[in-house]
Ligand binder design. Structure first.
Ligand code: ADP
Ligand code: MG
Length: 515
């Protein structure tokens, strides 16, 4: 059985009348939670709600102690589905290789070539690769890549003079058609005609081919439906195969288990594998898998849709690709931070919706979040100044606003604070960039004021210190109004000049434009 799948299946949802736990829609909620828009977007609230949900429906996924999730030798052999997928992948590769050989043999020098492309076993692992994604960043040979299309042969006949045989010859054609039946999907019964000298007319062959093809599609569709329904909470088979390939290629040594399951992502711990020519793999890695179920991403649209870096692409993308874009965004943002020297995970590789980065922590134990660690007052003060500094660097050097900064996304490791979770980070000139910054400032300010750091600036002072703006309003309402006015001014510039301000200025200085 699929171990993660089992964990994902909701057990009885706690105490309550029997009819409630049996109800397919779950127990009706009796508590109604009212909160502001800012709270809705806050990770803190999301985490709390999610924790309740998870405790009820998802109790055993964090199972690092149960042994490795994927290793080179033992690839989750407890999962029948996984094993079947692995075998299927091997089989598909052989099948495709055979298909290509057949294709070459049959086409030979013929003028008109026949393509077996439609019979290729497009494995789910390969099926939705797209050109616009950042993919494997190495250049090693990919065994899944199709051969170059064969060029049109010059001759369409063999023999000479009266012995000439063209490709239209009935006997040759019939035999070829029979041989081609071998390439129908394996579950399609073709009888033992292949062993005889059977000659199939083109008409019969085409009808058979059509039928085999639609049968194959039908079974693929059924299969896919099943996959999607089980992929709700845990990692779906496609993702598992992706992870498997990372282990199989030697890039990762072992994927030991899950360290976090959130609404939008699942994070695993892994031991790094062999370095390649251009890549050093850290000894321990974190693998962030962005969930491919779309529901949770709906209310994140505004972070990416309005980010001009991704704007043009957003409208053309399907939801699956949008999720990959979150992973891509996290990669780009981490890289910027790394370049500025901000302590954060180092990007190892991005593959579709899976981001591999260095692990912050040691021996499979992730560094604690700031919210979970008890610091001495000295360390607390040190952490505060470090964060103030990092926020300024992020804004000025990386041109970024974290947009989900709180004690939940800061880890304490090696006596300092590390920033994580930057998939939603935006540039300050994002239409809501300054509002996001203000929210970040409020979280940081409140955390350290509550934590007894007397020097901690209040949220408005912190906002000005980070952004270099000089908003003078002495109450939150007016302060926010000024922030929104600045954002609007920037948007008006975009409307009128097609250009964004590259930085904001409230000192009456002329605005600075992007080149
Ligand atoms: P989410 O969007 O689910 O909040 P995060 O990036 O915050 O995703 O990751 C969730 C949790 O996984 C973090 O709180 C942290 O405990 C752990 N985590 C994420 N990245 C790393 C990393 N590079 N090293 C160690 N732990 C990590
Ligand atoms: Mg987080």
């Amino acid at each position: 059985m699929d171990s993660v799948g089992v964990a994902a299946a909701a057990p009885d949802a706690g105490p309550g009348p029997a009819w409630q736990s049996k109800c397919p829609w779950g127990a009706p909620s009796t508590t109604s939670i009212s909160c502001s828009l800012a709270d809705v977007m806050s990770e803190q609230l999301a985490k709390e709600l999610q924790l309740e949900e998870e405790n009820a429906a998802f109790p055993e996924v964090v199972a690092a102690a149960e042994g490795p999730f994927i290793t080179g030798e033992n690839i989750d052999t407890s999962s029948d589905l996984m094993l079947a997928q692995m075998l299927q992948m091997e089989f598909d590769r052989e099948y495709d290789a055979q298909l290509r050989r057949e294709e070459k043999k049959i086409n030979g020098d013929s003028k008109v070539s026949i393509s077996f492309e439609n019979y290729r076993k497009v494995h789910p692992y390969d099926s939705d690769s797209s050109e616009d994604e950042v993919d494997w960043q190495d250049t090693r040979h990919d065994p899944y890549r199709a051969d170059k299309p064969t060029t049109t042969p010059r001759r369409g006949f063999i023999g000479k003079g009266k012995d000439i045989t063209t490709k239209h010859d009935e006997v040759v054609c019939g035999r070829k058609n029979t041989a081609r039946m071998e390439n129908f999907a394996p579950e399609f019964q073709v009888g033992d005609g292949i062993g005889m000298d059977l000659k199939l007319s083109n008409q019969v062959f085409n009808a058979l081919k059509q039928h085999a093809y639609s049968e194959e599609r039908r079974s693929a569709r059924l299969h896919e439906k099943k996959e999607h329904s089980t992929a709700e909470k845990a990692v779906d088979p496609k993702t598992r195969l992706l992870l498997y390939k990372m282990v199989n290629s030697g890039m990762l040594e072992t994927i030991t288990g899950c360290i976090s399951t959130g609404k939008e992502s699942v994070v695993f711990h892994a031991y790094g594998g062999n370095a390649t020519e251009d890549k050093v793999i850290p000894p321990e890695c974190a693998i962030k898998v962005f969930k491919t179920t779309l529901n949770e991403f709906k209310n994140r649209d505004k972070y990416i849709k309005d980010d001009y870096r991704f704007k043009d692409r957003f409208s053309k993308l399907n939801p699956r690709k949008i999720i990959r874009m979150w992973a891509e965004k996290e990669m780009h943002n981490l890289t910027r931070m790394q370049n500025a020297g901000i302590p954060c995970p180092q990007v190892v590789i991005l593959k579709k919706h899976v981001l591999v980065m260095s692990f912050i922590g040691q021996d499979q134990v992730p560094a604690p979040k700031l919210k979970d660690v008890t610091l001495s007052s000295e360390d607390m003060k040190k952490a505060y100044y470090q964060i103030l500094n990092m926020m300024q660097q992020l804004y000025r050097e990386c041109n970024l606003v974290h947009a989900d900064l709180s004690e939940y996304n800061m880890l304490w490791h090696d006596g300092k604070v590390w920033l994580i979770d930057v998939s939603q980070s935006v540039e300050p000139t994002h239409p809501h960039g300054l509002e996001f910054l203000f929210r970040d400032c409020r979280n940081v300010s409140q955390f350290f004021q509550k934590g007894g750091v007397a020097e901690a600036l209040n949220e408005r002072e912190l906002f000005n210190a980070v952004s270099g703006l000089n908003i003078t309003a002495d109450n939150e309402v007016d302060f926010q109004a000024e922030i929104e006015a600045l954002e609007k001014m920037n948007e008006d510039h975009v409307q009128n000049h097609g250009k964004k301000l590259s930085t904001f200025s409230s000192d009456g200085d002329p605005p600075i434009y992007d080149e």
